[in-house]
Design a protein around this ligand. Structure first.
Ligand SMILES: NC(=O)c1ccc[n+]([C@@H]2O[C@H](COP(=O)([O-])OP(=O)(O)OC[C@H]3O[C@@H](n4cnc5c(N)ncnc54)[C@H](OP(=O)(O)O)[C@@H]3O)[C@@H](O)[C@H]2O)c1
Length: 338
C-alpha cells in the first residue's frame, strides 16, 4: 500500500506521513556503523519516505553528514530530493539562554548548511531550548532574518512540554512543532493538536515507539549498551527524562505494553498499531520512528499507508485500550509533567 503524504499549510510542502528519525544514525543508541546507517536511509527512501529528521548534535554532525551525502547522491542522479529537517540549540555551551546570541545561532545554522550540503535548509527546529527562550523574541527574529536571507525555508520548535508548544503556537511564522506523542503520551491530544491544526502548523510526532518499548520486544531482563541512552538516561541523567522510554518507568511501560498487546490479540503488530494510531490523530502531520536497521525502517514505513477497513476496525479497538491504559497506569505520572 502506498505511503500517505500530508501538506501542512505553513510548510507548503508534502511530507511522508512516516518520516525517518535519524538520531540513531548519529549516536546514543549503541554502535551503528556507516553501512547500517546507510541501509536505514536506503530502506526508508525505497519505501516512499521523503522526510528525514536530524539534528546538528546527533553524533556531533555525523547524522547530518550522512543525510547530506544521501541528498547529494540523489541530486546527481536527478531523483526527487527529500525534505531534511534539522535542529539547532544543543551546541549552546553553556546551555543557557545567554548562549542564544545571534552570532551563535548563525554559526549553528552555517554548520548545518555545510553538513547537509544545502544552500537553503528545508526546516530548522529549535532543539528543546531552555524554557526562557520560548518567550524571547530575539531568537525568533534571527530565525526570521535567516529565512529572509534564504538560508532556511522555514523554522519550527521541538518541545518537551505541551505548554511550550502552546506558547510557540502564538508565533506567526512558526511552521512546525515536534513533540512526543505516542500511546503513552496523550496530553498533546487535549490542546496542542487542535491549536496546531487550526493554524496549519505541522505536527511531527517524535519518540513514536517509546524508544522501542512500543514494539513489545523488551522484557524485564533486556539490557542496553553503555553508550545507549536507554542505559545512561533512564532517569534523565543526561537530558530530559521524557526522551527515554517517553518518560515512562520501564516496569510500568512493560505492564502497559501487555495490556495493549492483549487488546490487539495478534491482529496487528504493536509497533504498526502505535504508528497507525498516531497518524490517525487529527492534526498530526507525520510520525518519525528511529530505526537501527533497514528492516525496521521498511516495516515502519509500511505503517504510513491509509488503513484498510479491517485495519481501521483493529485501530478502533486499540484506541479504546490506549485511553484506558493511559488513564489507569500512566496519566498520573505523565500528564502533570509534560
Ligand atoms: N528532542 C528532540 O527533538 C528529539 C528527541 C528524541 C528523538 N527525536 C527524533 O525522533 C526520532 C524518533 O524517536 P526515537 O528514535 O528517540 O524513538 P522511537 O522512534 O520511539 O524508537 C526507536 C527505537 O525503536 C526500535 N524500533 C524502531 N522500529 C522498530 C521495529 N519496526 N521493530 C523493532 N524495533 C524497532 C529501535 O530500537 P533498537 O535500537 O533497540 O533496535 C529504535 O532504535 C529520533 O530518531 C529523532 O529524529 C528528537
Amino acid at each position: 500500500m502506498p505511503m500517505q503524504y500530508r501538506t501542512p499549510a505553513r510548510l507548503g510542502r508534502p511530507l511522508s506521513a512516516i518520516g525517518q528519525g535519524c538520531w540513531q544514525i548519529g549516536a546514543d543508541w549503541g554502535d551503528v556503523t556507516d553501512d547500517s546507517a546507510r541501509a536505514v536511509l536506503d530502506a526508508a527512501l525505497e519505501a516512499g519516505v521523503t522526510f528525514f529528521d536530524t539534528a546538528d548534535v546527533y553524533g556531533d554532525g555525523r547524522s547530518e553528514q550522512l543525510l547530506g551525502a544521501m541528498r547529494t547522491r540523489l541530486a546527481a542522479q536527478g531523483e526527487q530530493l527529500p525534505f531534511l529537517a534539522t535542529k539547532a540549540s544543543r551546541r549552546a555551551d553553556p546551555f543557557t539562554p545567554e548562549s542564544f546570541t545571534e552570532e551563535n545561532l548563525r554559526a549553528w545554522v552555517e554548520r548545518s548548511r555545510s553538513n547537509l550540503a544545502m544552500d537553503t535548509l528545508n526546516l530548522v527546529q529549535l532543539h528543546c531550548p531552555p524554557p526562557a527562550i520560548y518567550r524571547d523574541d530575539r531568537t525568533f527574529d534571527v530565525l526570521d532574518a535567516l529565512a529572509a536571507e534564504g538560508k532556511i525555508s522555514a523554522w519550527g520548535v521541538s518541545v518537551e512540554t505541551c505548554e511550550e508548544a502552546l506558547i510557540s503556537l502564538e508565533r506567526e511564522h512558526l511552521a512546525s512543532i515536534q513533540i512526543i506523542l505516542n500511546p503513552f503520551r496523550l496530553k498533546p491530544l487535549d490542546k496542542v493538536l487542535p491549536a496546531a491544526e487550526a493554524k496549519g502548523v505541522a505536527v511531527i510526532a517524535r519518540v513514536p515507539l517509546a524508544s522501542g518499548l512500543l514494539t513489545g520486544k523488551f522484557s524485564p531482563s533486556s539490557r542496553f549498551a553503555e553508550n545507549d541512552h536507554r542505559s545512561f538516561n533512564r532517569h534523565g541523567e543526561a537530558f530530559d527524562q521524557g526522551e527515554t522510554f517517553s518518560g515512562v518507568d520501564y516496569e510500568t511501560g512493560l505492564a502497559a505494553v501487555a495490556r495493549l498487546e492483549q487488546a490487539l490479540d495478534g491482529a496487528m503488530p504493536l509497533a504498526e498499531a502505535s504508528l497507525r494510531w498516531i497518524l490517525a490523530q487529527p492534526g498530526v502531520t507525520a510520525a518519525i520512528p528511529g530505526a537501527s536497521s533497514g528492516e525496521q525502517a521498511r516495516r515502519n514505513a509500511a505503517a504510513g499507508s491509509v488503513p484498510t477497513p479491517e485495519q481501521a476496525e483493529v485501530l478502533e479497538r486499540f484506541d479504546a485500550a490506549v485511553h484506558a491504559t493511559y488513564d489507569e497506569l500512566l496519566r498520573e505520572s505523565i500528564h502533570p509533567r509534560w
